[in-house]
Design a binder for this molecule. Structure first.
Ligand SMILES: Cc1cc2nc3c(=O)[nH]c(=O)nc-3n(C[C@H](O)[C@H](O)[C@H](O)COP(=O)(O)O)c2cc1C
Length: 412
C-alpha cells in the first residue's frame, strides 16, 4: 500500500500561539506519510518556533515575509495557494482567526488564506476565555459557514496555567483529520460543499464493533480475531460526516481517533444485544460491524476449571441474533446494515441473510479474498441491498471501505 498522503501537497500555517511546538510533530507525521509539506508563518509564530526547525522538518523553504527578498516569486502567496491541495492552520490564534473571518490580508499567512480556494483546516488554540469570547465564536462560525473545517480545541491543561477548552488537539488527531480531508478533498473546499451537506449530519447512528468474549470460567473465554479496526474506521467516518455515533464495542486494543458521541463497552453477545436493542428505537441507522460469537458456553464455571480429565467437553448454546432482533423491531425510515463473512456461496448466502434478517444492506466480506477480513488493514467487500443491487469493490484500506459503506447508505 502507498503511504496515505503520497503525492499530496500540504501547506502548514502557523500563527503565534504556544502550541506551535506541537505543530512540529504534525509536520513530521505528514512528511512520513508521503506528503510534500511547506510551512507558512505569521511574524508572531516565529517568536515560538524557528525558521531553521520548520525548514529542516518540512524539507522546504519557509514562507514568512510577504515582501521578503528570499521569496522565490514576487507573489508567493498566490503561487503557494496554486501549489497546495490543502492548508492546515495550526495553531490558529484568536487574532489570525479574526483576520481570516474578516478578509484581512496583512501578513504571509492571512494573505495566502485569502488567495486559497481549496480545503482548509483551522485548529484554534488559545486561553479558554479568548476561545469563548463572542468575537472568536462568531469568527469561527463564519469560517465553518464557508466550509472551513474547524478542528478542536480540546479540553485540558492550558499553557496559561488554567484548565478548560482551548488546547490544540494532539498532532496524531490533526493528522487523522488531514488524512480524512485528503480522501474527500474533491467534495470539500471552503467554497465548495460544506460539512452540512452530508446525509449523515445530525443523524443518530448505532454502530457495533469488535469481537465479543464469552466466558468459560474466570480466566478463559471464547472469542475471535476481530480487532475492531473496521468499526473504528466507520466511527471516524461517521463523526467526520456529522453523525451522532453510539458505539457499542466488545474488547478492543484500539479506539476511534475522533471520539464518538457515546461509547458503550460490552463483553458478551448478550450484553451487546441488550445495549443495541435499548438504543435502536431512537436511531436513524444501525451498522452492525461487530464479530459477535454465534455460540457461547452454556454456563460459565464459577471457578477455574482444573486440568484433571484427559478430555473436556464444552457445552455451547446459540447466542442472540442482534441483526435479526433489530430487523424485527425496525420502524419505517430506519436503516439497518449488517455484515456477513462467508467462505462459500457468498452472494447467495448474503442475499438470503438480507431477506431473513429484514436488513436494508449487507456488507459482504469473503475470507477467500487475500487481504480481506480480520486483523489486516485492508478489506474487499460487496454491497447488497433490497433493490437487488450487488456492488463489488476492489481491495481497499478499511478507511476507504468505511467511506464507501456510508456513501452507499446515503443512496438507500
Ligand atoms: C507567550 C504567549 C503565548 C501566546 N499564546 C497564544 C495562544 O495560544 N493563542 C492565541 O490566540 N494567542 C496567543 N498569544 C497572543 C498572540 O501571540 C498575539 O495575539 C499575536 O498578535 C498573534 O499574532 P498572529 O495571529 O498574527 O500570529 C500568546 C502570546 C504570548 C506572549
Amino acid at each position: 500500500m502507498p503511504a496515505s498522503l503520497e503525492g499530496k501537497r500540504i501547506l502548514v500555517g502557523l500563527s503565534g500561539g504556544i502550541a506551535a511546538y506541537k505543530t512540529l510533530s504534525l509536520i513530521r507525521l505528514l512528511v512520513k506519510a508521503g506528503a510534500e509539506v511547506k510551512c507558512v508563518c505569521t511574524p508572531a509564530a516565529l517568536e515560538f518556533v524557528t525558521p531553521l526547525t520548520l525548514e529542516t522538518l518540512s524539507g522546504n523553504p519557509l514562507y514568512s515575509g510577504l515582501f521578503s527578498a528570499r521569496n522565490e516569486s514576487r507573489t508567493e502567496h498566490v503561487s503557494h495557494a496554486d501549489w497546495a491541495d490543502l492548508l492546515v492552520v495550526a495553531p490558529a490564534t484568536a487574532g489570525t482567526i479574526a483576520k481570516f473571518a474578516n478578509g484581512i490580508a496583512d501578513n504571509a499567512l492571512t494573505t495566502l488564506f485569502n488567495a486559497f480556494d481549496k480545503a482548509v483546516i483551522v485548529s484554534p488554540a488559545m486561553n479558554a476565555r479568548m476561545y469563548r469570547h463572542p468575537a472568536t465564536q462568531a469568527n469561527l462560525a463564519r469560517l465553518r459557514q464557508w466550509g472551513v473545517r474547524v478542528v478542536g480545541p480540546a479540553c485540558g491543561d492550558l499553557a496559561c496555567g488554567s484548565q478548560g477548552e482551548g488546547r490544540m488537539p494532539e498532532p496524531d488527531i490533526l493528522f487523522a483529520y488531514v488524512e480524512w480531508v485528503c480522501r474527500h478533498a474533491a467534495g470539500f473546499s471552503p467554497f465548495g460543499v460544506p460539512e452540512e451537506a452530508s446525509w449523515f449530519k445530525g443523524r443518530k447512528v448505532l454502530l457495533t464493533a469488535g469481537p465479543t468474549v464469552e466466558p468459560i470460567d474466570p480466566v478463559r473465554y471464547l472469542s475471535n480475531h476481530s480487532t475492531g479496526l473496521m468499526g473504528c474506521c466507520l466511527a471516524e467516518e461517521l463523526c467526520m460526516r456529522g453523525a451522532e455515533v453510539y458505539m457499542v464495542n466488545g474488547p478492543m486494543h484500539i479506539s476511534p481517533r475522533f471520539p464518538p458521541y457515546r461509547m458503550i463497552p460490552v463483553q458478551t453477545a448478550e450484553e451487546m444485544r441488550d445495549a443495541a436493542i435499548g438504543l435502536w428505537p431512537d436511531m436513524d441507522v444501525a451498522i452492525l460491524s461487530a464479530a459477535v460469537a454465534d455460540y457461547a458456553p452454556k454456563e460459565a464455571c464459577g471457578q477455574k476449571i482444573k486440568k484433571t480429565s484427559e478430555e473436556l467437553c464444552l457445552g455451547l448454546r446459540k447466542t442472540a441474533d442482534i441483526l435479526a432482533g433489530l430487523g424485527r423491531t425496525k420502524k419505517a425510515g430506519q436503516i439497518l446494515v449488517g455484515f456477513a463473512l462467508e467462505t462459500e456461496n457468498e452472494i447467495e448466502n448474503a442475499k438470503a441473510k438480507l431477506e431473513r434478517k429484514n436488513a436494508d444492506m449487507i456488507v459482504l466480506n469473503s475470507l477467500r479474498n487475500p487481504g480481506a477480513g480480520f486483523a489486516v488493514p485492508t478489506n474487499q467487500v460487496t454491497f447488497l441491498d433490497r433493490k437487488g443491487r450487488v456492488v463489488p469493490h476492489g481491495l481497499k484500506t478499511k478507511e476507504e471501505v468505511a467511506s464507501d459503506i456510508l456513501d452507499f447508505i446515503s443512496t438507500l
